[in-house]
Write a protein that binds this ligand. Structure first.
Ligand SMILES: Cc1cc2nc3c(=O)[nH]c(=O)nc-3n(C[C@H](O)[C@H](O)[C@H](O)COP(=O)(O)O)c2cc1C
Length: 352
């Protein structure tokens, strides 16, 4: 059977990928005490296979970065030790494994904040990303993905959070002006400075060949695409390994009731010479289409991959898919809705 475009091999930097199907980072809130657990090992090992790229769920860069319960951390040696068996299991199956690193910023609950960030604290926060990246490599990960998407800390330096208000401002703007640190974000460079500082620090720590960045230029908070474009140009100049971009919000008016993907990422694709990964609402056909058209090099899958541990194989056989159960996305059960999604063989076995 001839491989469809999505299932053709791809070389990303020094890594040889067997196909273009990637596991998107999916937070599952099952790392008790911020430590990776044996059931996390099973979850990732189930999805590992030779030459597949898995991106681990967002891991907090500091204690103040953990807005949600039971998310893994990467700020101490204890976290490194907890991640090691997970990474080893994934590598033993021949997969490539990167870890997403994040700071939730103002989303962090009140016992830790929300951080009323002072300008003098910013270098420490940049350093937290650097240390987390170093720890990811110590744990054995092949690289890190900086989470600069979905409204978390990095975006909070550039998003206008009070949508609809004429005087809406980036979250930290007033404080930064008060501190005399800069113009508080009225220039593109200053709005993006935290992001570019983080990317530069992480790249300096682990090497550009091991750094990817995730962006969501059309997140519903606000369209701030000039910031994303500025950051992408910076990443391009630096030679960052990949750019992982979440599509604009999908609309439900596609044919046959299918979600229509707006495909507005071309300007970003054109601004970046490294590997370009797209995400958001893709299925097999849509993935094939964008790879064959050169719109993307790789396509990441969140909900479909979490519900189908053997997603690439199912795509290869054009087999049916398990449906994801939204109600168990963020529950802390170590099995239910987590490691109990059946493989194709199990399903066929049951059917027979
Ligand atoms: C349960 C769940 C957890 C998620 N956790 C993360 C995360 O840790 N980091 C991130 O960047 N995006 C996260 N996302 C967003 C996904 O990576 C992805 O962008 C989204 O699911 C859309 O892709 P899909 O249509 O293939 O599912 C999460 C999504 C889901 C459903």
């Amino acid at each position: 059977m001839e491989a469809t475009p999505l299932l053709t091999p791809y070389k990303m930097g020094e890594f040889n990928l067997a196909h273009r199907v990637v596991l998107a980072p999916v937070t599952r809130c099952r790392s008790y005490g911020n430590l990776a657990q044996p059931h996390n090992t099973l979850f990732y090992a189930q999805r590992a296979a030779p030459g597949v790229l898995l991106i681990a769920e967002a891991s907090a860069v500091s204690e103040t970065a953990t807005a949600y319960p039971h998310v893994p951390g990467l700020w101490s040696q204890e976290h490194v030790e907890a991640w090691k068996p997970v990474v080893d299991a994934v590598h033993a199956k021949g997969a490539l494994f990167l870890c997403q690193i994040w700071h939730t910023g103002i989303v962090t609950p009140t016992e830790f904040g929300p951080p009323k960030l002072k300008a003098e604290e910013i270098p420490q926060m940049v350093n937290d990303f650097r240390v987390a990246a170093r720890n990811a490599i110590k744990a054995g990960f092949d690289g890190v993905e900086i989470h600069a998407a979905n409204g978390f800390l990095i975006n909070q330096f550039w998003f206008f959070m009070d949508i609809g208000k004429a005087d809406s401002r980036p979250v930290y703007r007033d404080q930064l002006i008060e501190d005399g640190a800069d113009d508080g974000g009225s220039s593109l460079e200053n709005r993006c400075r935290f992001a570019t500082d983080v990317v530069a620090a992480v790249a300096d720590e682990v090497g550009t060949h091991r750094v990817g960045v995730r962006l969501s230029p059309f997140a519903e908070y606000v369209d701030c695409t000039d910031n994303d474009l500025h950051l992408i140009r910076f990443m391009d100049k630096l030679g960052v390994l990949y750019c992982h971009v979440v599509e604009p919000r999908m609309s439900a008016d596609g044919e046959d009731g299918k979600l229509a993907i707006p495909h507005r990422l071309l300007p970003f694709r054109k601004a970046f010479r490294g590997t370009f990964i797209v995400n958001g609402g893709y299925d097999r056909d849509e993935g094939d289409k964008v790879v064959s058209e050169g719109y993307a090099d790789l396509v990441s899958y969140g909900r479909l991959f979490l519900a189908n541990p053997d997603l690439p194989e199912r795509f290869r056989r054009n087999a049916g898919l398990n449906k994801y159960d939204r109600s168990t996305f963020y529950t802390s059960d170590p099995v239910v809705g987590y490691t109990d999604y059946p493989f194709l063989e199990q399903e066929i076995g049951v059917a027979n």
